[in-house]
Every structure is written in structure tokens, then in C-alpha cells.
Design a protein around this ligand. Structure first.
Ligand code: AMP
Length: 200
């Protein structure tokens, strides 16, 4: 059976990481956040860390080859049957490379959940988060840059997921529990269908 991939996508502040982590726990899939990989690596004091920080602190995307190597290595060393990926792909080139990687390694992209949250709501949530967490890459400038990149480079990928028949739009302006329940229901339905097809 092919290993399964789920993506969770939405602007910064949409709650995608929270939802992705909960869903990964529920399904026993491995959760991988490329943002977390970047934050982890950038603390290492290596040449690579310095290079990464240069982009990260400005809210710009780390070059595709660097982020792809980090993610693909992480996936290759895991024994999990399923993966929940947060923060990747962020642009057209990453999507192209990702689909190729999935094909070569026999992974199947089964769902892409898009958390639909208005820009205003995202900005409010980021402001609150900044007061609590004080992340160095969440300066006002960096947040603005990341949102700009999200809308110009990442959001247009939705069309491709729609064409692949894997896109599910989720109303992200509800409680964490309500959203998570819907995600779990959709996955249960999907897994039920896969099981039925396997028996037929
Ligand atoms: P995030 O927490 O997902 O917003 O990611 C934090 C930072 O890590 C981003 O602002 C980028 O600098 C970097 N990063 C995370 N994912 C990617 C990606 N797919 N491509 C390039 N850079 C990324």
C-alpha cells in the first residue's frame, strides 16, 4: 500500500499547525512542519543555520533546494505509514518537486485541507500570539512579508490541488474542537472508503 500524505494549508494565523498536530496524533501519522525544521536547524550554529536565518528573520522563504532536502530527509528516515505536512509546498517549484518526490517514493497525496480564515482574523491572532510567544521571526515586518508571500505564491497552488481532486475547504473561523471534529470525520469517511475498495 502507498504511504499517505495529508497537507494542511492556510495563511499564518489560520491555526493550521494546531489542527495538523491534533489530526496527526489522531491518525497516528507523523507530523512534519517545515517551519519547525527551519527553527530547529537555525539554532545549530552551522553554516547552513546562518544561511537559513538570513531568510527566516526577514520572513522570506528559505531557498527551495535547502528546504526540500530538509523535508525529504526527514520523510525518508521515518517508518510512518502516513505524514501530515505543515508549511510545504509554499510555491510552484516546491509543488512540482514534491509531486515528483511522491511519485518516485510511492507516496500518495490523499487530502489537502485548506483552512479558510479571513486576513483580518489572521492578523488579530498573530498579534495575540506575538504577545505570548515573542518569536524572533514574528516581527511586524516579517509577518507582513510572510503573508504577502502566502497570498502571492502559496494560495495560487489551491488550483492545482483542486485539479488533483484532493482539496477540501474548511471553515477555519470556528473553535479548535469544531474544526478538528470535521477533519477527523472527513478522514474517517476517507479511510472507510479505502477499506471498502480494498475488500471489493
Ligand atoms: P512557518 O512557521 O511555516 O511560517 O515557517 C517559518 C519560516 O521558515 C518561514 O518564514 C520561512 O523562512 C521558512 N520556511 C518554512 N517552510 C518553508 C518552505 N516550504 N519554503 C521555504 N521556506 C520555508
Amino acid at each position: 500500500m502507498k504511504k499517505e500524505i495529508i497537507l494542511v494549508l492556510g495563511p499564518q494565523g489560520s491555526g493550521k499547525s494546531t489542527q495538523a498536530k491534533l489530526l496527526a496524533d489522531y491518525l497516528d501519522y507523523k507530523f512534519i512542519s517545515t517551519g519547525e525544521l527551519v527553527r530547529r536547524e537555525s539554532k545549530n550554529g552551522t553554516e547552513l543555520a546562518k544561511k537559513i536565518q538570513f531568510y527566516q528573520l526577514k520572513g522570506e522563504l528559505v531557498p527551495d533546494d535547502i528546504i526540500e532536502k530538509m523535508l525529504f530527509d526527514e520523510m525518508n528516515k521515518s517508518e510512518h505509514f502516513g505524514f501530515l505536512i505543515d508549511g510545504f509546498p509554499r510555491n510552484k517549484n516546491q509543488l512540482k518537486d514534491f509531486l515528483e518526490f511522491l511519485k518516485i517514493n510511492d507516496y500518495s497525496l490523499v487530502k489537502v485541507f485548506y483552512l479558510d480564515v479571513s486576513l483580518n482574523e489572521c492578523l488579530n491572532r498573530i498579534k495575540l500570539r506575538r504577545e505570548i510567544e515573542n518569536r524572533p521571526d514574528e516581527s511586524e515586518e516579517a509577518v507582513k512579508k510572510r503573508l504577502d508571500i502566502y497570498f502571492s505564491e502559496t494560495a495560487p497552488l489551491l488550483e492545482a490541488y483542486k485539479d488533483l481532486g484532493v482539496l477540501v475547504r474548511i471553515d477555519g473561523e470556528r473553535t479548535i474542537e469544531e474544526i478538528q471534529d470535521e477533519l477527523q470525520d472527513i478522514m474517517n469517511e476517507y479511510l472507510e472508503e479505502v477499506r471498502r475498495n480494498n475488500y471489493e
